[in-house]
Write a protein that binds this ligand. Structure first.
Ligand code: CAP
Length: 437
């Protein structure tokens, strides 16, 4: 029994549809069917109990193959097998490349992230005859989406905590990333808040450590932010990094929230997307989702999971604020790819709330015009580490320089012009040098 079906031949509500990029020396139809079988009811040999009835209900189905015209001379990924096994009678090995759509009956894995990953992104990456294999997208039926709560706060909930609606949110990552005493860290948070930051976060490299426990850090930081708020009248959100053993995350949440924390953070790829989902269904405050390590899955064009799909999955699992790379920043993605991830924060996903995209990595005041021009709206968090904490005037001046830059950018005034009246912005431009429009 073949596993090829037309979309009209299956009940779409029963399936999660995966899109793959596949390169293989196999015949592409055979490879597609092998992929569908291997990731559902089958294996390399048809076994006795794998009846047609069982396959009809539980096997993945190949819905579409779009062959791409590419001239590949050698396999894109290393593989132990000899490619000559696939040579034509003339001795040539031809690599076929295609975009596949495979429908997975979700009865096999349910609305559970780890099991979903195993089905659509498990052994598939190990198959020797797949010389490039990347999961590009997943489409979910409404019945499946209904099983997920998604972000509890999202864009609106984050803005509501701060009472800021008309402009991008301005944030900082405390630097140095590690090694600060809790007093020094709280002082740096205070200075940033005094300078007008809406948001400050732990670096992803610091969570609960002996020299900076979350208990002590959250107490001191929240007291410092309270002091700043009394002086400025503006609220600041602080994201405490709860990344830890899974069985400690809720406990850490309770500790920091007990000390007045108004945001928490998790390194979603290292802690696990399922850990974040559990936290999202528990957390009393918004969750800032840092994606370090996720680029090990997304960066290669030949293997892994696309960054855009990861963004979609982080949102589905309940991330209120999601790192999507950086516009004109220091990370590997092109601005076009970053924009696609930003779209994923707002694309239709049933009743799932919109997540707030975070543009972070090599940012400073001079990157505000290019962020606004490329993103085209204000619903994002603009986050700078070195772009604030390395400002020659200190953290307060660094924060002020970014707020000033946003004032100018939103009014359509050139930063160099605005800087004539604003000392912190002028110093920032002299220090970081290249304003990008
Ligand atoms: C930025 C950052 C963030 C990156 C990467 C860093 O610092 O704190 O981790 O934005 O985020 O340490 O590189 P700067 P992600 O502002 O000083 O560049 O891995 O989530 O994409």
């Amino acid at each position: 029994m073949s596993l090829f079906r037309k979309p009209s031949e299956i009940n779409i509500e029963d399936y999660v549809i995966a899109t793959y990029y596949l390169e293989t020396p196999m015949k592409i139809e055979e490879a597609a069917e092998a992929l569908a079988a291997e990731q559902s009811s089958g294996t390399w040999q048809r076994v006795g109990y794998e009846t047609d009835e069982l396959r009809e209900k539980y096997a993945a189905k190949v819905l579409d193959i779009k062959v791409l015209d590419k001239n590949i001379e050698s396999p894109s990924l290393p593989s132990a097998i000899k490619m000559e096994e696939f040579a034509s009678p003339s001795g040539d090995v031809e690599y076929n490349v295609a975009i596949l759509k495979i429908a997975f009956p979700y009865i096999n894995f349910g609305p559970k992230m780890p099991n979903l990953f195993t089905a659509v992104a498990g052994n598939v990456f190990e198959m020797a005859a797949f010389t490039a294999i990347k999961l590009l997208d997943l489409e979910f039926p409404k019945t499946y989406l209904k099983e997920f709560k998604g972000p509890r706060f999202g864009i609106k909930g984050t803005r509501d905590v701060l009472g800021v609606y008309e402009r991008p949110l301005v944030g900082a990552i405390i630097k140095p990333c590690v090694g600060l005493s809790t007093d020094d860290l709280a002082q740096l948070a205070y200075e940033g808040a005094k300078g007008g930051l809406d948001f400050i976060k732990d670096d992803e490299l610091i969570a609960d450590t002996k020299y900076s426990t979350l208990k002590e850090r959250s107490k001191k930081v929240m007291a410092a932010l309270m002091r700043a708020e009394e002086e400025t009248g503006e609220k600041t959100m602080y994201a405490f990094n709860l990344t830890d053993r899974v069985d400690r995350i809720k406990e850490l949440h309770d500790i920091v929230v007990g000390n007045g924390a108004n945001c928490v953070m998790i390194n979603v790829a290292t802690a696990g997307i399922s850990a974040m989902r559990v936290l999202a269904e528990y957390s009393e405050v918004p969750i800032h989702c840092h994606r370090d390590f996720a680029p090990a899955w997304s960066r290669s064009q030949y293997v892994g999971i696309s960054a855009q799909l990861l963004t979609k999955l982080f949102r589905l699992a309940g991330a209120d604020q999601i790192h999507i790379g950086a516009i004109a920043g220091k990370l590997y993605e092109s601005d076009e790819e970053v924009l696609k991830s930003i779209e994923e924060c707002a694309n239709d996903l049933g009743d799932i709330t919109l997540s707030l995209p975070v543009s972070s990595g090599g940012q400073w005041a001079g990157k505000t015009p290019v962020n606004l021009r490329k993103i085209g709206h204000s619903d994002f968090l603009h986050l700078s580490g070195g772009g604030i904490y390395a400002h020659p005037g200190g953290a307060e001046a660094g924060a002020r320089s970014v707020r000033q830059a946003w004032d100018a950018t939103l009014k359509g005034i050139k930063l160099e012009e605005y800087a004539k009246e604003k000392e912190e912005l002028a110093t920032g431009i002299r220090h970081y040098v290249k304003v990008l429009y």
